[in-house]
Ligand binder design. Structure first.
Ligand code: GDP
Length: 613
């Protein structure tokens, strides 16, 4: 069994690098994994690629056989573990659970499309997390006139192509290199890459005919061992991440984990992070799938007394029902010194403690949306994305699992503070019916989507719509600032409704604007502008500085209706828009784009004049 043989480098024992595959939808992630997995199976070649729990194991013998590395190239790791995100995992663009535990990533780019939204997103996350990656330029077989060279190394396959194909390839490669450069990454074709510590590799592939796949496998192990020897050194401390929680009718609740480092033993006491706090339990069984050929003989799983990193494992134990995917599993050794084990428990409490504590690490603030996702890793990735500068959606709270009434209640706290944030951004979780009812009754918006981009887009759409609605509701309170000069001898009606020609001295006057005069230290309201027309009789809605218009001002309150031109005010008084605290707030909130500096200056002046706090 190739996995029992560990690679030894000096006095180090190395484990398999763990790899995950990212990229835009349809770039060929699934196909690539299939290609890595099946070439061997279909052709009955040696080497024994193994389907594991949540992962595919690629032994080093297989890589050597396929890639035939040059003389002198030494592969020091025992193989490669490629995480396959389960099919139902709709977080396909990020596969963030995979990302948080992987040593090296493959970012798949469709050569015909170049960088796409989710490629850029994946790259940004990898950069944030300081994860090394290789860019796969997939679908080379779609270049016009491509001659298939099944499973050939890419250099050979390219040499085999016509001049036109070579030209198209070069052109498309250059385009992708430029796009990557624009995103802050230096890249080069892997076989031209002299400075792989600084420059990222590009491996062209076809996931259909297999060109470049041997190169990719080889590069994954070579680059990993060259850049992360320390990280890949086998140690006896268990490092293990929960991938999935499953209900099995025979086994009960099990968890699928990736054992990243160390050895797990049947009977180990482990601490698992669950929605209800840390749970201490005993490993009752360690399972891996049977290699394909043995499947019929012995049932689905092989039972183990112990398993060594790195590999995917199914763990059977009690109390796992509420385990949280994306969190780590910690082994508590019975042989530990008393003090040590206490310290360890302490550490468990602090680090793994309960979800609330884990969640509280996430960046949240007082006013913001509520986020809910199926796993901790995804939740973390979503919040990170929402907080990123280009997106800027603040988050006030979050939770894992289905949306329940209590989540809606928490989100509804925003209704009073900042209404548009009274929303739950839900990723890959169910909405319980009673929660749905409560949400629509209380006015909490639940936004669901299956990619991060759609989630953010739908939320932005919701914000836009609710702002427009709010703006409409507030329109009557929005008072644009203006000062108007009454033109002498052009007053046509001296009592309500008052009628005269004015010149707009400052700001902008609109139909609906409440008008007042400031006489003898007091403010007298006259009413609202009920209509407005130009000198040639055209009805208009608004007029800017310098324009002369006829206005009709209609009183609303009994007091306004009694105001008389010539008695309470005259042409020496400017007509000014009657702003208020409320009107200023409304302008600030909804009408910023219709205001300019001059308008704001006028607001400040009128505010002083009208003595508004
Ligand atoms: P994913 O969404 O990234 O997992 O993409 P898939 O692996 O499902 O691939 C999307 C589509 O592209 C499928 O129809 C694949 O058959 C096709 N495809 C993937 N890789 C290649 C490739 O190398 N060459 C060609 N011609 N088609 C490919």
């Amino acid at each position: 069994d190739s996995q029992d043989v560990c690679a030894i480098e000096g006095d180090r024992v190395l484990r398999e690098p763990i790899c995950c595959i990212l990229g835009h939808v349809d770039a060929g992630k699934t196909k690539l994994l299939d290609c890595i997995r099946h070439t061997n199976v279909q052709k009955g070649e040696a080497g024994g690629i193994m389907q594991q729990i949540g992962a595919t194991y690629v032994p080093v013998e297989y890589i050597k056989e396929r890639a035939k590395p040059r003389e002198g190239v030494v592969i020091k790791v025992p193989g490669l573990l490629v995480i396959d995100t389960p099919g139902h995992e709709s977080f396909s663009n990020m596969r963030s659970r995979g990302m948080s535990l992987c040593d090296i990533a493959v970012v798949v780019v469709d050569i015909m499309h170049g960088l796409q939204k989710q490629t850029v997103e994946s790259l940004a996350l990898l950069k944030d997390r300081n994860v090394r990656f290789i860019v796969v330029l997939n679908k080379v077989d779609r270049l016009c006139g491509w001659k298939h060279c099944p499973d050939a190394p890419i250099k050979k396959a390219l040499e085999n192509q016509s001049g036109d194909v070579k030209k198209e390839f070069q052109w498309r490669l250059t385009k992708v290199v430029t796009q990557l450069k624009e995103n802050g990454f230096n890249t080069a074709l892997y076989y031209d890459n002299q400075k792989f510590r600084k420059v990222f590799d590009i491996v062209p592939t076809s996931a259909i005919s297999g060109e470049g796949i041997p190169d990719l496998l080889l590069m994954l192990v070579l680059r990993s061992q060259a850049t992360m020897m320390e990280k890949l050194t086998f140690v006896n401390t268990v490092e293990c991440t929960v991938l999935e929680v499953n209900d099995d009718k025979d086994l009960g609740t099990t968890i699928d984990v990736v054992l990243i480092n160390g050895v797990l033993y049947k009977g180990d006491q482990v601490n698992v992070c669950t929605k209800q706090g840390p749970v201490a339990t005993i490993i009752r069984d360690l399972l891996t799938p049977h290699p394909l050929k043995e499947l019929r003989v012995k049932g689905i799983y092989k039972h183990h007394k112990e398993l060594k990193a790195a590999q995917g494992v199914k763990i059977v134990a009690r109390g796992l029902k509420y385990a949280i995917p994306g969190t780590s599993l910690i082994v508590v050794k019975p042989g530990d010194e008393l003090g040590q084990s206490e310290a360890k428990n302490q550490r468990n409490e602090n680090e793994e403690g309960n979800v609330i504590q884990e969640i509280s690490r996430l960046k949240t603030c007082k006013e913001g949306v509520y986020v809910q996702a199926s796993t901790f890793g995804i939740l973390e990735a979503i919040i990170e994305h929402l907080n990123s500068p280009g997106v800027n959606v603040p988050v006030s709270g979050c939770n894992l699992g289905p949306i329940e009434k209590k989540d809606v209640m928490k989100a509804s706290a925003m209704l009073k503070r900042k209404e548009e944030y009274a929303a739950i951004l839900a990723f890959n979780v169910r909405v319980m019916p009673e929660a749905d009812v409560l949400a629509s009754e209380s006015g909490v918006k639940i936004v669901t989507a299956d990619t991060l981009y759609k989630l953010v887009d739908s939320f932005n759409e919701h914000i836009k719509r609710s702002k427009e609605l709010k703006k409409m509701q507030c329109a009557v309170d929005a008072v644009f600032p203006c000062t108007l000069k009454i033109l002498p001898n052009r007053v046509y009606r001296k009592k309500d409704p008052f009628l005269c020609d004015v010149e707009v001295l400052e700001g902008v006057v609109k139909v609906g604007t409440p008008i007042c005069v400031y006489v003898g230290g007091a403010v007298h309201g006259l009413g609202r502008i009920s209509s407005m027309q130009t000198s040639n009789g055209n009805q208009i809605d608004s007029a800017k500085r310098g324009v002369v218009v006829s206005v009709k001002i209609t009183g609303e309150s009994p007091k306004e209706k009694t105001r008389l031109y010539g008695r309470h005010f005259d042409e020496s008084n400017e007509l000014i828009s009657q702003i208020s605290r409320r009107s200023i707030d409304v302008l600030k909130e909804y009408y910023r784009d219709e205001m300019n500096d001059e308008n704001w200056q006028l607001i400040r002046r009128l505010k002083k004049l009208l003595d508004i706090a």
